[in-house]
Design a binder for this molecule. Structure first.
Ligand SMILES: *Cc1c(COP(=O)(O)O)cnc(C)c1O
Length: 412
């Protein structure tokens, strides 16, 4: 392609696939009978929500599952169920998104941020140094990058730190064959539209711990109807807890559960399609001078629902210019080094309520970090075109002496 007529991408970075027909039919059935509340069941009926929990527990091999209103709510619930409260320190990733420190703040606790590595996982050496500062780690598998989970669990077990996993970006992923969310005491997932299954909003909490599960059911707002759950502990586990655990309503409803159940069955097929798109981007961005791709460990079975690359050492003006130039050609990139948060993209230093210290290693990594959504509506041709555009713009921006100031991307 000549410089005068550069290729443009015209697809949408925020367009997901439609809800499968089966989910639409199931949703209509719920609308027709009108019993949307999860505990509103006819004689002999099992609610869609209870079935969804049972099916997700099976899928990840967990004993218990509670479906809730959002991923953020699932994380708050897990923290509360582990007894985290006012003023307690909670270890967490410096590189994550706002719902994670938000969940810690929601229970009045205080994040202790851990640095990120050049491969975008939590820095296990820094975690080891800080492990004695908290009893709980809220581990975010941010943008699907899974660290060495065996070493992480060894560090946390040795220090008596309990692990809650934020699997908003790893639903369907595995590490050494173990489903993401099944290493720590609890795994939390999101079904918000941009995640791996879509009901607009929604979340899961999974655990093998009967007391954590019972507390999560009670916290989610079960009144005294916990007997209508299926992927939950026996009623006797609830008996000792039911008067001591507050109701903090955040239930899933039958309409969203109906939309989600058929999508669970598509998760592995989606993972394979996302992997092909991810590998297409990886192939298209090989050997671009100055551009670093992350190394993914062999033990990781990833869901490539987003793509990241690094431009180490690039100054802010050059990064901003690259984002603007790609946007002008239809390619929406997010930069984690911006001074202010833009739409969904924010960084630890923006979370002033948490009073974050300066983390030099994370600052260095995020200054050169570019992030891109990869919806399943993209084809292999789309990702090949996107990679050609990024390659061309990285090379020309690297050579440019000065940068045009173009409007930054604001929307999402
Ligand atoms: C989306 C997301 C969540 C959960 O978000 P909800 O919108 O509350 O479902 C948690 N962690 C990360 C990193 C996310 O991107």
């Amino acid at each position: 392609m000549s410089e005068r007529f550069p290729e443009k991408f015209t697809g949408s970075f925020t367009q997901q696939e439609p809800i499968p027909e089966e989910g639409i039919a199931a949703a209509l059935a719920v609308l027709q009978h009108g019993r949307l509340h999860r505990y509103n069941v006819a004689a002999g009926e099992v609610a869609e929500t209870a079935l969804l929990e049972e099916e997700f527990a099976d899928l990840v091999g967990a004993r218990y599952c509670v479906a809730v209103a959002s991923g953020g709510y699932a994380m708050c619930t897990a923290l509360r169920a582990l007894g985290v409260g006012h003023g307690d320190p909670v270890l967490s990733n410096a590189f994550t998104l706002a719902p994670v420190p938000g969940a810690i703040a929601a229970v009045g606790a205080v994040p202790v941020f851990v640095e990120v590595t050049d491969d975008l996982t939590i820095d296990l050496d820094d975690l080891e140094r800080k492990a004695n500062q908290a009893r709980v780690l809220l581990l975010s598998h941010m943008r699907g990058h899974i660290c060495d989970m065996d070493r992480l669990m060894t560090i946390c077990d040795a220090a008596g730190v309990r692990v809650i996993e934020d699997c908003a970006h790893t639903m369907g992923a595995r590490f050494r064959g173990v489903p993401s969310g099944r290493h720590g005491v609890a795994g939390c997932y999101s079904m918000q539209t941009y995640k791996h299954i879509n009901s607009g909003e929604g979340g899961f909490l999974v655990t093998d711990d009967a007391v954590v599960a019972a507390k999560a059911v009670l916290l989610s707002g079960s009144y005294m109807l916990y007997g209508r759950h299926r992927a939950a502990p026996a009623p006797k586990v609830f008996e000792g807890l039911r008067l001591d655990v507050p109701n903090i309503s955040g239930r899933m409803d039958n309409l969203r559960a109906a939309i989600l159940r058929p999508q669970l069955r598509l998760l592995e097929e989606r993972r394979l399609r996302w992997l092909a798109l991810y590998q297409g981007l990886e192939a298209g961005l090989q050997d671009v001078p100055g551009l670093r791709l992350t190394t993914r460990p062999e033990e990781e079975h990833l869901v490539g629902s987003s793509f990241q690359f690094l431009l180490p050492g690039w100054e802010p003006a050059r990064m901003a210019a690259l984002v603007a130039r790609c946007l002008a050609r239809g390619v929406e990139l997010k930069w984690f080094g911006a001074a202010d948060p833009v739409a969904f993209t924010s960084r630890y230093s923006h979370w002033a309520y948490a009073n974050p210290p300066v983390l030099p290693q994370t600052d260095r990594v995020l200054a050169g970090l570019i992030d891109m959504r990869v919806p399943l509506t993209f084809s292999l041709d789309d990702v090949a075109l996107i990679a050609r555009i990024i390659r061309a713009e990285v090379m020309s921006t690297a050579q440019a002496e000065q940068f045009e100031v173009a409007a930054a991307s604001g929307g999402d």
